[in-house]
Design a protein around this ligand. Structure first.
Ligand code: PLP
Length: 433
C-alpha cells in the first residue's frame, strides 16, 4: 500500500482534476474514527459530509448489508421487485410529517432525489418554474446546479443551466437579511421575474448545508407554506443534509411545525451506502405515468437493507435525543471559545448540525476564508477532520456521527479549540494536543 504522498501523486496523474480531495487516504474506520495509510488516526467531524449519522460501520447496518448480500445484490426494482423497498417506503411515509396519504420513490444520490422531486412537481402542476434560495445547495447535476445558490465551486464554468429557475433571498440574521426582507424579495420576484401561477415548486433546505448552516427562521418557513398554498405551488423541503435525526428530529422541518408537500432525503438514510428518496403527498407523488420515474440502481437492495437498519438504530439508540445533546455540547463549547477568539463572528445551527463563522473583524463582519482554511489544516495536523461551508467559504461546520462516544467528542472539541487558537493567533492556556 502506498503512503499518502505517493497516493496524492498517483491521484493527480490518474483522477480528473475537478475531483477535489483533502489528501487523506483511509484504510479503516470505526464509529467516529478513521485510520489512514500513514497510520494516522483521525476523529471524524465530517462523517462523509453528513452521511454517517449512525457512525462508520455500525454493526447492525453492516450485518443487514451482509445478510442482504447473501440473498441478492441487484435485480433493478423495475425488473424484479423486492419487499424491502416497499417496506422502506411504508416506513418513510409513516415517519414524514403530514396527516395525509404519502408515497415514496428511492434513488441513489441526493441530486437525483431533487431532480425527481422537481419532475414530480412539474408533472403535477403542469407548470415549469422553480424557486430556490440564495446560498442553497441541491447537487451537481445540471438541474440541481441551477437550483444551487452558490457559485464556487459548484456552478462556475458549467453553464448554461436549465431555464425557469429563480432565486430569492434566504433570511440571514447575522448578515442583516431579515425575514421581512427575504419575503419582500420573494414578492419582488413575483412582480419582476415570474408569475406565481407559473411556479411548480419552491425548494428550500430548512437548515442550509453547504450554504453555511443557516437555519431558516420558522416564521419564514410558515410564510412560504402560505405562499405555496395560496398559489398552488408544491413546497419541496430538501432534507438531504439536515434529515435522518441530524438536527434532533427525524426531519429538520419538524422543528417548525410546517408540513411540506415533498421531502428529499439521502446521506444519513443509507448509513454509508448510496441511497436517496422522495417522500410526499400521494396525490402529487402519483402524478407521473408508470415508467416515468426511476432508474437502474434506485433503491438498490443493499442500500435499502442498510436504511432499515439505520432507522432501527435511530430508534433503539435514541439518536434524535443524542443529536440534541451533542449539539448543546458543541454550541456551549463554541460559545465559550468565541469569547476568547474575536474572529468567531457567529455560532449557529440546529441539533448536531453546528457551525461557526470566521470574520476578519467582528464589526465589519468581512468573511475570512483564509483563517477558515488555516483552522481546517491545523485540525487535520492534530488528527481532526473538519469541513468548511458558506458561500464565502468562511464557516466551519461540525457533523460528528451521532453515535460518537462522549470521550471522543470531548477530545475532538479540544483539538478544535487548539486549532482555532493556533490559526487565529490566540494564546492557548490549554496544552496543545
Ligand atoms: N441537497 C443537499 C442539502 C445537500 O447537502 C447535498 C449534498 O451535499 C445534495 C442535495 C446533493 O446530494 P448528493 O451529493 O448525494 O448528490
Amino acid at each position: 500500500m502506498s503512503n499518502s504522498s505517493e497516493l496524492k501523486a498517483r491521484k493527480a496523474a490518474a483522477v480528473a482534476n475537478g475531483v477535489g480531495t483533502k489528501g487523506i487516504y483511509a484504510v479503516k474506520a470505526e464509529n467516529s474514527e478513521i485510520w489512514d495509510v500513514d497510520g494516522r488516526r483521525f476523529i471524524d467531524f465530517a462523517a462523509g459530509i453528513g452521511v454517517l449519522n449512525t457512525g462508520h460501520r455500525h454493526p447492525k447496518v453492516m450485518a443487514a448489508v451482509a445478510e442482504q448480500a447473501q440473498a441478492f445484490a441487484h435485480t433493478c426494482f423495475h425488473v424484479v421487485s423486492y419487499e424491502s423497498y416497499v417496506r422502506l417506503a411504508e416506513r418513510l411515509n409513516a415517519l414524514a410529517p403530514g396527516d395525509f396519504p404519502k408515497k415514496s420513490i428511492f434513488l441513489s444520490s441526493g441530486a437525483e432525489a431533487l431532480e425527481n422531486a422537481v419532475k414530480i412537481a412539474r408533472y403535477h402542476t403542469k407548470r415549469s418554474a422553480v424557486i430556490a434560495f440564495s446560498g442553497g445547495f441541491h447537487g451537481r447535476t445540471l438541474m440541481t446546479m441551477a437550483l444551487t445558490g452558490k457559485v464556487m465551486p459548484y456552478k462556475k464554468g458549467f453553464g448554461p443551466f436549465p431555464a425557469e429557475i429563480y432565486h430569492a433571498e434566504f433570511p440571514l440574521p447575522y448578515r442583516g437579511v431579515s425575514i421581512e426582507q427575504a419575503l419582500a424579495d420573494l414578492d419582488r420576484l413575483f412582480h419582476s421575474d415570474v408569475d406565481p401561477k407559473s411556479v411548480a415548486a419552491m425548494v428550500i433546505e430548512p437548515v442550509q448545508g453547504e450554504g453555511g448552516f443557516n437555519v431558516a427562521p420558522f416564521e419564514f418557513l410558515r410564510a412560504l407554506r402560505k405562499i405555496c398554498d395560496d398559489n398552488g405551488i408544491v413546497l419541496i423541503v430538501d432534507e438531504v443534509q439536515g434529515g435522518i435525526a441530524r438536527t434532533g428530529k427525524m426531519f429538520s422541518i419538524e422543528h417548525s411545525g410546517v408540513t411540506p408537500d415533498l421531502i428529499t432525503v439521502a446521506k444519513g438514510l443509507g448509513g454509508g451506502l448510496p441511497l436517496s428518496g422522495v417522500t410526499g403527498r400521494a396525490s402529487i407523488m402519483d402524478s407521473a405515468h408508470a415508467g416515468g420515474l426511476g432508474g437502474t440502481y434506485g433503491g438498490n437492495p443493499l442500500s435499502i437493507a442498510a436504511a432499515h437498519a439505520v432507522l432501527d438504530v435511530i430508534e433503539s439508540e435514541s439518536l434524535c435525543a443524542r443529536a440534541t445533546r451533542i449539539g448543546q455540547k458543541m454550541r456551549s463549547h463554541l460559545e465559550q471559545l468565541a469569547k476568547e477568539v474575536p474572529a468567531i463572528g457567529d455560532v449557529r445551527g440546529l441539533g448536531a448540525m453546528v457551525a461557526f463563522e470566521l470574520v476578519k473583524d467582528p464589526k465589519t463582519k468581512e468573511p475570512d476564508a483564509a483563517v477558515t482554511a488555516a483552522i481546517l489544516a491545523a485540525a487535520e495536523k492534530r488528527g481532526l477532520i473538519l469541513l468548511s461551508c458558506g458561500t464565502e467559504a468562511n464557516v466551519v461546520r461540525l457533523l460528528a456521527p451521532l453515535t460518537i462516544p462522549d470521550a471522543v467528542l470531548e477530545e475532538g472539541l479540544g483539538i478544535l479549540s487548539a486549532s482555532v487558537k493556533e490559526a487565529c493567533g490566540v494564546e492557548s492556556a490549554r496544552a496543545v494536543a
